[in-house]
Design a protein around this ligand. Structure first.
Ligand code: URA
Ligand code: SF4
Length: 200
């Protein structure tokens, strides 16, 4: 069993927060083990909870269109959420639910080691950039620990709000360029001598 499969198994059996009581199915996430890009949404909605798969409703349809606009299919990227079980009536996830669930995301990232983490909406953004406002930082790549985090608006919010829709479309269009830059930064390793010099 791969580490991602092990995490998925644990998520499906998880009772670490109260959201486990209302779920039909937990939604661990899906995509290749070696994906260059991980997309992190908010939480499963009705259809996701029914099917146990992320982004399969209206927001998922729009996410697929956004991916297609940069030549990607959903099976070429890893797609997950900051919270793996559906909150009742699709309410916002609570801080204690995010705190209980986010270690699964951390383990997924450690297993995949993506070049780029694209956060969809403010809740997944806040995990990486806790003090940021999405209206200030969307479309700007940030180095956060070992990851390059690229926050964008949530496709569900953007779907019915023309100004957000334009913003998310433009931010997606820059993903190939941001990914190339993230790869270039990751490949640069300071030579051993430079490392030593920095110590003295
Ligand atoms: N919205 C999300 O944030 N995640 C999903 O999986 C579906 C809709
Ligand atoms: Fe466990 Fe996360 Fe589901 Fe809460 S939301 S029960 S922490 S998998």
């Amino acid at each position: 069993m791969t580490e991602l499969e092990r995490i998925a198994m644990e998520v499906r059996a998880c009772t670490l927060c109260l959201l486990h009581r209302g779920r039909t199915r937990a939604v661990p996430g899906e995509g290749p083990e070696n994906a260059a890009i991980v997309f992190v949404g908010e939480a499963p909605g009705f259809h996701e909870d029914q099917q146990g798969r992320p982004f399969v409703g209206a927001a998922g349809q729009f996410l697929e269109e956004l991916l297609a606009s940069i030549g990607l299919r959903r099976d070429q990227v890893y797609i997950t959420n900051i919270v793996k079980c559906r909150p009742p009536q699709n309410r916002d996830p609570l801080p204690d639910e995010i705190a209980a669930c986010s270690p699964y995301l951390e383990r997924q990232l450690a297993a995949i080691r993506p070049k780029l983490v694209v956060t969809l909406g403010r809740f997944s953004m806040a995990h990486f950039l806790p003090r940021a406002r999405i209206s200030d930082v969307h479309g700007q790549p940030h180095r956060v620990g070992p990851w390059v985090c690229y926050p964008v608006y949530h496709p569900a919010a953007a779907l019915h709000q023309p100004s957000l829709r334009r913003a998310v479309e433009e931010d997606f269009r820059r993903i190939p360029q941001v990914l190339a830059e993230a790869e270039r930064v990751a490949e640069y390793q300071p030579p051993p001598q430079a490392e030593q010099l920095r110590l003295f």
